[in-house]
Design a protein. Structure first.
Length: 300
């Protein structure tokens, strides 16, 4: 059966009329990617008589008429395709490389049900209330293009699965072409060289600027540390600013000393960390800075 599946997949792959090639952007360390709407794409499948999932019927969906979403893992090891048909159908297709491997072009034989595939390739086509408890199958990827954080720019794949070790098969094709991956969010944070120490409440006021390459709501957090007469004075601070590309966003925050000794005029160490969620990839991006700042005593 494995050889028969390979011949079937090879014939189907050779007949694919859609060739997709898009530029892949740089990678950023991340844990995953959220589902993205498919810009252009089709999914079609049919099953033999007796196939439980398809019921022996033929189905076809397009991004122009139906809701198709795709998501990939940050390690580029698996892809999920989800379909919400205009007629109410819903389906989910998963393709995964063996553990520790990147999903690339080629034929993956000996696939078992994802995510219980252990060291073998993973495959799963379920939906409309039906799924396989166990399955065997294979899939061929003739084209795949990754962007940052698991963003799927292009995918051409064919697959075949057999539920519960049976002979009837479900065979499908996935063609996806998305817009080029958006730029990754990058942040910069700076601490000003001067701050203020309040004689009234003992707090330290520090400030700086945040830069970004696309709009973001940025959280700035940090720690102010001072040593006076062998006493360690520490206090944390936090604030939030809206950052717009091309215009550094000014931030200012007060650090409240944790003990009974107030911040005083003199040198302090200021640690600052800016963090924001990339709206396209749903990953948190951070930037940090450490600087010696001179606090000037002020009355309020």
């Amino acid at each position: 059966m494995q050889h028969a599946m390979r011949r079937t997949l090879a014939r189907t792959a050779a007949g694919l009329g859609l060739v997709l090639a898009l530029t892949t952007g740089g990678l950023l360390a991340a844990t995953g990617a959220h589902a993205q709407a498919v810009t252009e794409g089709t999914v079609s499948f049919s099953g033999d008589a007796g196939d439980y999932i398809s019921g022996g019927k033929t189905y076809a969906y397009s991004a122009a008429m139906d809701g198709i979403q795709v998501s990939g893992s940050a390690a580029n090891s698996m892809i999920d395709v989800n379909i919400n048909g205009a007629n109410g159908d819903w389906w989910s297709i998963s393709l995964a490389a063996p553990d520790g491997q990147r999903l690339h072009t080629g034929t993956y034989e000996g696939a078992t049900r994802y995510p219980f595939n252990d060291g073998s390739p993973g495959l799963s086509h379920s939906g409309n209330g039906r799924g396989c408890n166990t399955l065997t199958g294979a899939f061929t990827i003739s084209n795949i293009s990754w962007g940052p954080n698991g963003y799927v720019e292009a995918l051409d794949a064919v697959y075949e699965q057999h539920c519960e070790g049976g002979t009837p098969a479900l065979r499908g094709q996935v063609h996806i072409k998305n817009a080029a991956a958006p730029a990754e969010l990058s942040l910069g944070v700076g601490v000003s060289v001067e701050g203020k120490a309040s004689a009234l409440n003992g707090k330290a006021t520090v400030h700086g600027k945040v830069t970004c390459n696309k709009p973001a709501r940025v959280d700035v957090t940090g720690l102010v540390t001072q040593v006076k007469r062998n006493i360690l004075i520490r206090g944390s601070y936090s604030t939030t600013v809206a950052c717009v590309p091309g215009t550094p966003a000014a931030w200012s925050a007060e650090a409240d000393p944790t003990g009974t000794t107030p911040f005083q005029a003199g040198d302090v160490e200021v640690k600052a960390t800016a963090s924001a969620v990339d709206s396209d990839y749903r990953v948190t991006v951070t930037a940090s800075d450490i600087k010696a700042v001179h606090l000037t005593r002020v009355k309020r």
